[in-house]
Design a protein around this ligand. Structure first.
Ligand SMILES: [Mg+2]
Length: 119
C-alpha cells in the first residue's frame, strides 16, 4: 500500500461509521464522482479569465475549490479501494502511458490531441 493508504483509511472510516457501504454500488459511486467533478466546473462557470485568475488569491474561492477537489478525491479513493486498486502506482502507470502518447518532442507548446499530430 502506498501513502494514499492514510487517506483511503479515512474515507473508509467515514463510510463505515455511517453504514453507507450498503449504498455504494459502483454505478452510484461513479455517478457521485462525476457529480463532484461537475461541482468543480460549476465554480468556474460564467467566470471571465480575470475573475478566475483572481480566484487564485481569494481565500473563500480557494476553500470552495479545495472542498470540491477533496470530494472528487473521496470518490476516487473509495472506488479504488472497492476495486482493489493501489491508486499511487496506478496513477504513475497511467502517467507513463500518457507520456508515451504525448512525447515531449512532439507536443511541447502544442495542445492538439494525439490523433492530430503531424508526423
Ligand atoms: Mg461537493
Amino acid at each position: 500500500m502506498s501513502e494514499f493508504n492514510e487517506l483511503t483509511q479515512a474515507v473508509n472510516t467515514f463510510i463505515e461509521d455511517r453504514d453507507w457501504k450498503q449504498f455504494h454500488k459502483p454505478k452510484d459511486c461513479a455517478i457521485s464522482l462525476t457529480l463532484e467533478a461537475a461541482e468543480v466546473a460549476e465554480l468556474f462557470q460564467w467566470k471571465s479569465d480575470k475573475q478566475m485568475e483572481a480566484m487564485k488569491q481569494e481565500g473563500e474561492a480557494q476553500d470552495d475549490l479545495a472542498d470540491e477537489l477533496s470530494d472528487v478525491l473521496f470518490w476516487v479513493l473509495a472506488m479504488a479501494h472497492d476495486f482493489n486498486i493501489d491508486i499511487k502506482p496506478a496513477f504513475l502507470r497511467k502517467l507513463k502511458k500518457s507520456a508515451a502518447k504525448y512525447p515531449v518532442e512532439k507536443v511541447k507548446g502544442n495542445n492538439k490531441k494525439y490523433t492530430q499530430y503531424d508526423d
